[in-house]
Design a binder for this molecule. Structure first.
Ligand SMILES: C[S@@+](CC[C@H](N)C(=O)[O-])C[C@H]1O[C@@H](n2cnc3c(N)ncnc32)[C@H](O)[C@@H]1O
Length: 239
């Protein structure tokens, strides 16, 4: 991967050809130099070579369905405390963004998706990120969950309350279910149904608002892009 002093990055996939950018082109022999080497393009732009880590590659995944933003993925990981022993079930896969991120942390992830076109995108992303502990199921999760003793179930679906009965059987006691929904009526229906079942304890519903700032000499202020809404996260636990 190449990065310059302004943070502009390029992922180099082919080391046997020169690499062309808007900063000029880099010679293939320079691209093969070791991590930390500083190389110049033909127009004298300086870039540093480094080995991409998970997040560098993750930012380049293919997108089909709308993905969950990083600020929300961070909250799901922090609130549920998943780790390298955790077993996770996810639905729907969409682009596989959340499923792949969780697979980078957890022991294993099984992700359910009904659309075959999205499954192709998820397969591509799993391969691109070189993840070995994630399995895609072309199944409707409203019809049932095959896994048992899951530590975490994540849902990013139109009708998450339809999964509650199945989640009850698939989660271990104390396991978390996180439902991600763009609208409050979905949150209401989900929480009402969870309370009716008496097998879950409601933890919380939250929305994360991230405000990025620009720091440019004395121009120090919030970035002017509008703060868009992504989704509400509802956390419940099986008891
Ligand atoms: C918004 S996307 C999920 C995005 C995903 N969380 C990500 O980060 O890439 C919702 C996905 O759920 C899938 N879906 C909808 N209903 C489903 C169901 N009953 N079972 C499995 N997948 C379903 C849709 O096809 C769609 O791909």
């Amino acid at each position: 991967m190449l990065i310059n002093s302004r943070g502009k990055k390029f992922l180099v996939r082919d080391f046997n050809s020169d690499f062309h950018t808007q900063f000029g082109f880099f010679r293939k022999d320079d691209l093969k130099k070791k991590s930390g080497s500083r190389i110049l393009s033909n127009t004298k732009s300086e870039f540093t070579i480094f080995e991409p880590c998970f997040i560098d590659l993750y930012r380049k995944i293919k997108r089909g369905a709308q993905i969950i933003p990083l600020k929300d993925i961070g909250a799901i990981i922090a609130e549920t405390g998943i780790n390298s022993k955790s077993r996770v079930v996810d639905a729907g896969s969409g682009s596989g963004a959340l499923a792949c991120f969780l697979a980078n942390i957890a022991k294993e992830v099984v992700t359910y998706e009904i659309r075959e076109d999205f499954i192709k995108i998820v397969e591509h992303n799993i391969d691109f990120l070189n993840l070995k502990n994630i399995k895609i199921k072309n199944k409707n999760i409203y019809g049932g969950i095959d896994e048992k003793n899951a530590d975490l179930i994540t849902l990013d679906l139109p009708e998450p309350w339809k999964v509650l009965e199945n989640a009850k059987k698939a989660l271990k006691v104390g396991g978390f279910l996180v439902s991600y929904s763009p609208t409050i009526p979905q949150v209401m229906d989900f929480v009402d149904k969870a309370r009716e079942l008496n097998d879950f304890v409601y933890v919380k519903t939250s929305e994360i608002i991230e405000r990025e700032w620009e720091i440019e000499e004395r121009k120090v202020r919030p970035k002017s892009q509008p703060m868009g809404h992504s989704g509400f996260m509802t956390f419940i636990r099986k008891i």
